[in-house]
Design a protein around this ligand. Structure first.
Ligand code: G3I
Ligand code: 9MR
Length: 550
């Protein structure tokens, strides 16, 4: 019995998917507090097949709306994992999805008061980062030491990558910009809590303070990453002490940086006015570098032919900086209203592309749509094209949901099952929420719920893919902070990458079908790693659903 292992809002569609039972007709919802039958229903007659050939049927109990704690029972088969119906069902999950970033903080000790049993020593002060020869410039010579502390660890590894930080911070800043009221008093119990500034903004600032130091003060170009030469072992952060390097500037990193700093500048204006000014200066300087260097793409293999030491960590290499340029120009235009940025957008490709670390044009377009009423300079017809592209893309994602065995948008195209597929589900949810905001069409909101249900257990493996949430959740994520502390449960609030038929890690998978290519083993970096760019859209999805339901 596959269903969302956390639960449902009273008025949302509520279904469970029953696998491998053609014969059964009736199901019931059992109230585990009152110890009584709460609802009786019939399974839908229609039979679907999963990718691996299992028969699937739907138990729909949407009509049942009463708050409480339940299990679904199938005669002769058994009962589901427990779930709840509640008007703030995703609140704790939403907070945990943001608190996860606190656990990823570099260059600081985590105190028991905030981290509980996951308290730990400081790791990676990053005050002696060596300029890799690929990053040498007039202002900074190879092998010189620079300081670049703070920031979040990227993922299961301890490195800090500007490209991936870019989409992460952009997504979280947009979450704040879309629902500012929701975050005014949301207390995440982080060291900055209680300082009159929304906790979400303080958590993001931890990473902005690092990103700012990734800019070469001389020419404004931004280093692609701060990393060791090879991945560290699976050890605690304070024991991972190999030399870290500033590595190569890139156009993608520099434009992502410009976008994030421009967006941060307007959002932090009333909270941290001095930083707001320096963020905008940094963004404009980065834009200038990218103008002069429009196509410096990071290619790790080529770089390793020219410079020592070889760098083998995450590449975040990309074939094109056009989408990064669109994103940066959009955010700079919104913040400054300067028409030089509009010039970059007038002829831009407006077709819809689901955001991912190497495809960010729609981070900019979402922002333009968010600000459309405040920017009178925007041509109406051009904006109309954006709107129609948004709605068309959202509609195409929910078009075939009814035919899917687990009834979610991610299943409608097998190509969605890539490395980090769970973030595809989350990013589809974001698109659907923007579409819902545009025209209030309920089907878009339901589509976003469907992908959250998928993430939380209504899927082919039966896992709730978020650590610490749901009955069957990942116990062995590829996460150095977790693997190095086998005495503790995994740190909570992290979404794992999810099914990925590429299976690039060579671990043992029990299935090769796309939606079943997941293994809860710490060796599995291709299906069971955690990453900030996956947690950010997940946090967006969960928290915005809470905000919309407030
Ligand atoms: O671009 C091609 C596309 O044309 C093709 O259709 C598709 C078919 O699979 O592959 C696409 O390339 C994939 C690429 O991501 C872009 O999506 C590669 O196969 C895939 O191997 C690659 O995976 C990336 C992985 O690093 C390996 O480079 C993930 O997106 C990325 O999230 C992941 O990031 C790592 C960092 O390097 C290191 N830190 C941890 C982090 C998370 O695992
Ligand atoms: O831990 C690394 C993870 O963050 C990356 O996503 C992954 C792919 O680049 O690589 C992991 O590191 C492994 C390395 O690639 C191969 N040797 C084993 C490392 C740890 O499992």
């Amino acid at each position: 019995i596959r269903l969302n292992q956390i639960g449902f809002y009273p008025d949302q569609r509520k279904i469970a998917v029953i696998l491998n039972h053609e014969d059964i007709e009736d199901f019931l919802i059992w109230d585990t507090d009152k110890k009584d039958i709460a609802f009786e229903g019939k399974l839908e007659k229609q039979i679907k097949k999963t990718r691996s050939g299992h028969i699937s049927r739907i138990a729909d109990f949407s009509q049942f709306r009463k708050a409480g704690n339940y299990v679904l029972i199938l005669d002769g088969v058994g009962k589901s994992y427990p779930f709840e119906i509640e008007s703030h069902i995703n609140q704790n999950l939403g907070m945990a999805s943001i608190k996860a970033f606190y656990y990823q903080r570099a260059s600081v000790e985590l105190d028991k008061a905030y981290a509980g049993i996951w308290a730990r020593s400081m790791g990676h002060p990053d005050d002696q980062v060596m300029i890799h020869p690929s990053a040498a410039s007039e202002t900074r010579k190879a092998e010189e030491m620079v300081s670049s502390p703070y920031g979040w660890y990227d993922a299961g590894d301890y490195n800090k990558y500007v490209v991936n930080s870019g989409i992460t911070v952009g997504t979280l800043l947009s979450l704040f910009e879309d629902y500012p009221d929701y975050f005014q008093n949301l207390d995440l119990n982080i060291p900055e809590s209680g300082n009159q500034i929304p906790d979400l903004l303080d958590e993001i600032r931890w990473n902005l303070d690092w990103m700012i130091s990734m800019q070469d003060p001389g020419d404004g170009g931004v280093y692609h990453k701060l990393s060791t030469a090879k991945f560290e072992g699976m050890v605690e952060p304070h024991l991972a002490i190999s030399q870290r390097y500033m590595i190569a500037k890139s156009t993608t990193a520099t434009l992502d940086f410009a976008a994030v700093m421009a967006q941060a500048s307007r959002i932090y204006k009333s909270y941290y006015p001095e930083e707001s000014v320096s963020y905008l200066k940094a963004a404009e300087k980065a834009w200038g570098w990218a103008k002069a260097n429009p196509n410096v793409l990071y290619n790790q293999n080529e770089m390793n032919k020219a410079f020592d030491p070889d760098i083998q960590t995450g590449a975040y290499g990309d074939f094109s900086a056009n989408d990064e340029r669109i994103w940066a120009a959009s955010e700079l235009f919104i913040t400054t209203h300067n028409l030089i940025y509009w010039d970059e957008l007038a002829d831009a490709d407006q077709s819809f592309k689901l955001p991912s670390w190497n495809q960010v044009s729609w981070l900019g377009f979402y922002s333009l749509l968010r600000h459309q009423d405040k920017i009178t300079l925007l041509p109406l017809e051009w904006m109309a094209v954006l709107k129609i592209n948004l709605l068309t893309a959202a509609r195409s994602q929910i078009e075939a949901v009814a035919e899917q065995p687990f009834q979610s948008p991610i299943e409608t195209n097998v190509k969605n099952f890539i490395w980090g597929s769970n973030a595809v589900a989350a990013n589809q949810g974001i698109l659907l929420l923007y579409a819902y905001k545009q025209n209030g069409e309920r089907a878009f909101l339901e589509g976003a719920y469907d992908n959250l249900d998928y993430i939380l257990g209504r899927n082919a493996t039966g896992y709730s893919y978020v650590t610490g949430f749901g009955t069957k959740s990942p116990q062995h994520p590829h996460h150095r902070l977790a693997v190095s502390r086998p005495d503790l449960p995994p740190l909570p609030g992290f979404i794992v990458g999810g099914p990925n038929p590429g299976q690039q890690d060579g671990c043992n998978y029990s299935s090769s079908f796309a939606d079943e290519s997941y293994t809860d083993e710490s060796c599995s970096y291709a299906s069971n790693e955690i990453a900030i760019n996956w947690n950010a859209p997940f946090a967006y999805l969960v928290n915005s659903l809470e905000a919309v339901n407030k």
